[in-house]
Design a protein around this ligand. Structure first.
Ligand SMILES: [Ca+2]
Ligand SMILES: [Ca+2]
Length: 128
């Protein structure tokens, strides 16, 4: 999410704020987290489509959630269906991003998905 621009010298620097993530319909402890992934945008929690959802994307999400590793990128058939807004589709992270919202995607709310395709994560505090 591009939130604005700052003029520094003769260059405009774009800055951004990470949209928060949460895990729903799963199990969360200090050591592990597993469940449906949701992201907050414009004050509304929404889900992420499992199209092209992979371990690299899950790594970024798990790190943003405060875990060290992603063990699995869960596809919709392994995740309880969410409701309401579907925010992200075709997420494409490189893996170095600090937040899921800075990864490539189709645009907020632009998708060809249903809630049976809601993506999830399995995150861990310790190794693989
Ligand atoms: Ca991907
Ligand atoms: Ca798609």
């Amino acid at each position: 999410m591009i939130c604005g621009e700052i003029l520094i010298g003769e260059r405009y620097l774009q800055y951004s704020i990470a949209e928060p993530l949460r895990i729903k319909a799963g199990q969360v402890s200090n050591a592990t987290a597993i469940g449906r992934l949701e992201i907050l945008y414009n004050g509304v929690w929404g889900t992420i489509c499992d199209d092209s959802w992979d371990l690299t994307d899950a790594e970024v999400a798990c790190r943003q959630l405060g875990y060290d590793h992603a063990l699995k990128a869960l596809q919709g058939k392994h995740v309880d269906d969410g409701t309401g807004q579907i925010w992200l589709d075709d997420v494409g992270c490189y893996g170095h991003e600090n937040s899921l919202s800075s990864c490539a995607h189709n645009g907020w709310g632009t998708h060809n998905c249903a809630h049976c395709e809601d993506a999830g994560v399995e995150c861990s505090k310790t190794g693989n």
